[in-house]
Design a protein around this ligand. Structure first.
Ligand SMILES: Nc1ncnc2c1ncn2[C@@H]1O[C@H](COP(=O)(O)OP(=O)(O)OP(=O)(O)O)[C@@H](O)[C@H]1O
Length: 266
């Protein structure tokens, strides 16, 4: 895939430095002993998974490896059968997705649903409904960031697939997350949209952690400095992005010579 970066960025990229304006970054999200099964099928079995402020962490693995399940457990849309989660030192295991979103754990979805009868602008307004502080940017500025300013008054239901994904991202950003969980954000995007997505992630302030589940390895290479590889719900490999991408065991997993499913070659 050829990634096209927007020719004229509308804002300078955010430096990976700076300070959380409300000093609320704490020590991030720490999960331990996560286990989840559907019937006899264990789809998640992780001893620990940690997200620290500012992380750029990709979770990759063959189809069915448990990546979306992990994101769901972290976001609170799936309750793991066992395990504990703390966020900035507080136990949040039993708190649901809405509480976690308000606390700063935002997410996008593999299949965004949004509100089809609302305009893009109203969707972004809803995304920011729980602000505890002055918004980082107006809803219109958020739409501009993701390249949807010209579609502000269009109904979400009439957007193209790629634009719907970018709107889902805008809605998540409007919630001013401290941890942003992205589930296959590049799936189905054009090259130009993919370039825009990478640009948006690069502009995230340094105190925001971004965790993305992604099959597009050029997107992973562009944004992640740490990669966890899941296989059958377990950690197969984890480490600095360059090291993991060069690991022949990971390539073997993707090529199916290690009992894995099919997916793009890392
Ligand atoms: N609600 C459910 N009921 C039963 N099985 C499920 C359910 N959700 C997911 N699974 C199964 O759990 C396993 C892990 O699914 P998950 O979506 O987490 O994997 P994934 O790594 O995100 O896959 P992909 O890359 O294909 O999106 C798969 O075998 C999937 O079929």
């Amino acid at each position: 895939m050829r990634i096209v970066h927007p020719v004229e960025p509308d804002q300078p990229p955010s430096p990976r430095s700076g300070r959380d304006p409300d000093h609320a970054h704490g020590n991030g999200l720490v999960a331990s002993g996560l286990r989840h099964a559907y019937g006899p099928l264990t789809v998640l079995d992780l001893d620990t998974f940690t997200i620290a402020p500012g992380d750029r962490h990709a979770v990759i693995g063959p189809n069915g490896a448990g990546k979306s399940t992990l994101l769901g457990v972290l976001a609170g849309t799936i309750r793991a059968q066992t395990g504990q989660l703390t966020y900035n030192g507080h136990t949040v295991t039993r708190h649901g997705a809405e509480w976690r979103a308000r606390a700063g754990i935002g997410r996008t979805f593999q299949h965004p649903t949004l509100w089809p009868d609302l305009t893009c602008l109203d969707c972004v307004r809803i995304g920011g409904w729980h602000h505890r502080r002055n918004p980082d940017r107006t809803p219109m500025e958020t739409l501009h960031l993701v390249g949807l300013a010209d579609h502000a008054h269009q109904h979400a239901g009439s957007l193209s697939h790629g634009h719907r994904r970018m709107l889902d991202l805008a809605v998540a950003i409007a919630g001013q997350p401290r941890i942003l969980l992205l589930d296959e954000p590049a799936a189905g995007l054009t090259d130009t949209e993919t370039g825009r997505l990478i640009d948006v992630i690069h502009r995230m302030p340094s105190w925001i952690a971004v965790v993305l589940v992604e099959h597009h390895m050029d997107v992973v290479a562009a944004v992640a400095d740490w990669i966890t590889v899941l296989h059958h719900g377990r950690r197969h490999t984890a480490g600095p992005a360059d090291t993991v991408r060069a690991d022949p065991r990971v390539a073997a997993l993707y090529l199916g010579t290690n009992g894995g499913g099919h997916a793009a070659h890392p």
